[in-house]
Design a protein around this ligand. Structure first.
Ligand SMILES: [Zn+2]
Length: 225
């Protein structure tokens, strides 16, 4: 379940909270995390980096849209405004992750690649807890032309579930597609929290690139202490 925390003005996944790690989906009203920030230079790609004691001093991780770590006391941050932020956690292996996927990262199957990256680190897929954060939803994300064709070709198994038709327009549910990718990657449905709101519809809480055409982003994050 996703819960609003009125004091910090962030959204919390109850499943992630139960892991004992600290995590939030930020809003336009929340304060960004300040301590030991690990930030990616996100490029809508599919590169995933493991943050270790050796590389942690880098200022920013270039060309990176996913990261994982076993380190204590670092805050993994993903920035979005309509794109889908995903947070991963596994308590048995004591490992955390975040990823950023807009339409390009989704086509590149980044959610599935994150799960496989974690599995290569020795994590059991069935133990991974995942929360899919606030993104633009099918109410607002109109898709057409080449981009629509790409989604139809890349995800033939999902076509009857990820699009909504309204008159002659077609809309894509990007967050739900991430959910399907995660389930196909081996994540238990019971271990996934799914965000119920649309960033573009809820101006009071969220920045939206689609709505505002601005570069402002919300920060979502996870850390263990
Ligand atoms: Zn909407």
């Amino acid at each position: 379940m996703i819960i609003f925390d009125p004091r910090n003005r962030v959204y919390i996944s109850s499943k992630l909270r139960d892991t004992g790690y600290t995590s939030s989906f930020g809003t336009r009203l929340s304060r960004n995390p300040q301590n030991h920030r690990i930030v990616m230079k996100q490029v809508h790609g599919d590169k995933i980096v493991k943050i270790t004691a050796q590389n942690i001093d880098r200022e920013k991780f270039q060309n990176t849209d996913g990261m994982i770590t076993r380190l204590n006391g670092v805050t993994l941050i993903v920035k979005t405004a309509d794109c889908v932020p995903i947070i991963f956690a596994d308590t048995l292996s004591s490992i955390l992750g975040v990823s950023h996927q807009g339409w390009r990262g989704t086509l590149l199957n980044l959610p599935l690649k994150m799960v496989n990256f974690l599995a290569k680190e020795g994590v059991q897929k069935e133990n991974i807890i995942v929360a899919i954060g606030p993104s633009i939803s099918a109410c607002c994300y109109k898709i057409y032309g080449d981009r629509l064709d790409l989604f139809r070709k890349t995800f033939p198994r999902y076509v009857d579930r990820i699009f909504i038709k309204n008159n002659n327009d077609i809309f894509l549910n990007l967050g739900y597609l991430a959910y399907l990718q995660l389930v196909d990657a081996g994540i238990q449905k019971n271990n996934i929290d799914y965000f119920p709101f649309c960033t573009s519809c809820h101006k009071d809480h969220f920045y939206s690139y689609n709505r505002d055409k601005s570069t402002k982003r919300m920060e979502s994050w996870i850390a263990k202490y």
